[in-house]
Design a protein around this ligand. Structure first.
Ligand code: ZN
Length: 133
């Protein structure tokens, strides 16, 4: 992972666990430190971890290769019975790409580039680029 990325505020809480480099892509396995979370249902503070799951997230290209973050997402359990996923500052809800990749797509579109070329450069579909408009 490049040096300014590790200093990036968005990823300050992330621990880099492993990096896999292939000819066409880079996979970075990351995880956050457990912290107390506020339950969305009842507002209580909880630190009880229910389980984990992995999500692959597209990120900005690194060394001209498609970059994927494999995030170990943590699900918390509250005493009220509600279970909820941890919130991440670099990832919007129900998205499979980082916020900075979304911002990069918008920035490339400002330069009057074609939707197809922006989609190719950022490793997303043309429909994803159109949704950013
Ligand atoms: Zn609760």
């Amino acid at each position: 992972m490049h040096s300014n990325c590790t200093k990036n505020l968005l990823f300050r809480r992330c621990l880099n666990k492993k990096i896999i480099q292939a000819d066409t892509f880079v996979k970075v396995f990351i995880e956050t430190k457990p912290t107390n979370q506020i339950c969305l249902a009842c507002g209580q503070n909880t630190g009880r971890i229910h389980d984990y799951c992995y999500q692959t997230i597209k990120d900005l290209p690194f060394q001209m290769k498609h970059t994927y973050l494999v995030l170990r997402k943590r699900r918390y359990a509250c005493c009220c019975g509600k279970r909820f996923l941890e919130k991440y500052p670099f990832l919007a809800s129900y998205q499979r790409r980082t916020l900075r990749l979304s911002f990069k797509i918008i920035d490339l579109l400002r330069n009057m580039r074609s939707i197809k070329s922006v989609a190719d450069d950022t490793n997303v579909s043309a429909n994803t680029v159109i949704q950013r408009l």
